[in-house]
Ligand binder design. Structure first.
Ligand SMILES: *[C@@H]1O[C@H](CO)[C@@H](O)[C@H](O)[C@H]1NC(C)=O
Ligand SMILES: *[C@@H]1O[C@H](CO)[C@@H](O)[C@H](O)[C@H]1NC(C)=O
Ligand SMILES: *[C@@H]1O[C@H](CO)[C@@H](O)[C@H](O)[C@H]1NC(C)=O
Ligand SMILES: *[C@@H]1O[C@H](CO)[C@@H](O)[C@H](O)[C@H]1NC(C)=O
Ligand SMILES: *[C@@H]1O[C@H](CO)[C@@H](O)[C@H](O)[C@H]1NC(C)=O
Ligand SMILES: *[C@@H]1O[C@H](CO)[C@@H](O)[C@H](O)[C@H]1NC(C)=O
Ligand SMILES: *[C@@H]1O[C@H](CO)[C@@H](O)[C@H](O)[C@H]1NC(C)=O
Length: 348
């Protein structure tokens, strides 16, 4: 096929070259064809097509498929990217600037000597860096739904596509195809997805964010023991997407912030209820409700009274609230004291 095209090209060249070309002699060999090593260039680069010719050359031309680019020093191509580099007795070189995909193919240098025609052909291969042409937009879906993410890319050679998840809980390759299908998406599959299109030239990498909605799931509340007149703190934690809103109730009555020394602080994953000066009526059963668009969850906890044996001091309060921690610090202090004492005793 290429051969046919090639010969057609030569024929065309010979027919088109002006000033009367010698007709091929009967005994002339047509097999004097040289094939040069492939030229690989990147899109945008300049390619030099070099043809070495002997002394006895009468006519010479560079062809792209069946059209003449140059016939000797005459430019036939209308393409401004094509120009003559060298035309001497021994060498005929043209240049093609800013090459692109459509320039890929076979180029032929047709030489007419006094006795016979010769050809030198070269295959030009154009490499194009990958470019992601189509990528699914950032997505927000409900847990359990089925999704398909698409990433398609152009480039030469054909880029290979790799999908990766970059979420904190799950990292790694999830697909090596244009499509990434997730039949029933879970909250653990939420996160950043990266599509990489890679070929011999370079890589194009883009990311998208997948958000998975799910109803609040609340952690069991912890009871808190607080002496009268002290600060009481109750905490409530919930995972949810979109972020949950928290509501606090005491015995079915809604508690609002900034009322009678109570403060409610809302963070994205938890809510903290602070009673600055705990009184008798503050003790009891508290319920925290976490709500988002997909549902709600609740947990209950008790604020209960504890006796203060000694007059309250800030350190004692700390001890009551932190439980074990300060006991161990206390133990450590006692231990240190003993060691120091032993040291002191041993000196005498
Ligand atoms: C040159 O490229 C062509 C087309 O891609 C291929 O068929 C041929 O094997 C290559 N030749 C060499 C020497 O690499
Ligand atoms: C070579 O031929 C192809 C097909 O006709 C054309 O698209 C391309 O622009 C040509 N390249 C040069 C450098 O002439
Ligand atoms: C806490 O409230 C009690 C009773 O109203 C009051 O006597 C006490 O002074 C208050 N304590 C503080 C630290 O505000
Ligand atoms: C926290 O949320 C509750 C209920 O949604 C609201 O009453 C309260 O004002 C909020 N507090 C802050 C500090 O945003
Ligand atoms: C605390 O209150 C909640 C909501 O009113 C209720 O469901 C739960 O049974 C109560 N807990 C106790 C121990 O009474
Ligand atoms: C707490 O959750 C239970 C089911 O888990 C539900 O029956 C109850 O109505 C909820 N309470 C509130 C105050 O939302
Ligand atoms: C103290 O800590 C130990 C383990 O470190 C635990 O078993 C115990 O329940 C804790 N006690 C209190 C009062 O938190």
């Amino acid at each position: 096929m290429i051969r046919t095209v090639c010969w057609v090209s030569i024929a065309a060249a010979i027919l088109l070259v002006p000033r009367g070309l010698p007709v091929l002699g009967q005994g002339d060999s047509l097999s004097d064809n040289q094939v040069l090593e492939n030229i690989t260039a990147r899109q945008g680069e300049t390619v030099f097509l070099r043809c070495l010719q002997g002394d006895a050359v009468t006519r010479t031309a560079w062809l792209n498929r069946s059209s003449i680019l140059y016939a000797g020093e005459d430019k036939w191509s209308v393409d401004p990217r094509v120009s003559l580099e060298v035309l001497s007795k021994g060498e005929f070189t043209i240049r093609i600037e800013d090459v692109d995909m459509y320039d890929e193919g076979q180029y032929v240098c047709a030489i007419q000597t006094r006795s016979r025609p010769r050809t030198t052909s070269v295959h030009v291969i154009i490499h194009v860096p990958p470019k992601i042409t189509d990528l699914t937009k950032d997505m927000r879906v409900n847990e359990g739904s089925s999704i398909a993410l698409l990433c398609s890319a152009s480039g030469r050679p054909e880029p290979s596509i790799t999908w990766r998840i970059l979420s904190p809980t799950a990292r790694g390759i999830v697909s090596q195809d244009e499509y990434l299908e997730i039949p029933s998406v879970s909250r653990q599959q939420a996160g950043m997805y990266e599509c990489a299109a890679v070929n011999e030239v370079s890589a194009d990498v883009r990311t998208l964010q997948l958000v998975v909605n799910f109803p609040p799931s609340i952690s069991k509340g912890k009871d808190a023991g607080v002496p009268l007149g002290q600060r009481g703190v109750l905490q409530c934690e919930a995972e949810a997407e979109p972020t949950a809103e928290f509501e606090w109730y005491k015995d079915d009555r809604r508690i609002v912030s900034d009322v009678s020394g109570i403060e409610i602080e809302n963070m994205s994953k938890f809510s903290r209820l602070t009673i600055f000066n705990v009184s008798e009526e503050n003790y009891g059963n508290y319920t925290c409700v976490a709500i988002n668009t997909l549902g709600s969850a609740n947990t209950s906890m008790f604020l209960y009274a504890v006796k203060v044996t000694e007059p309250t001091s800030s350190t004692l309060l700390q001890a009551v609230q932190d439980g074990n921690k300060s006991t161990t610090t206390a133990q450590a202090s006692v231990c240190l004291l003993v060691i120091i004492s032993i040291h002191t005793l041993l000196r005498f």
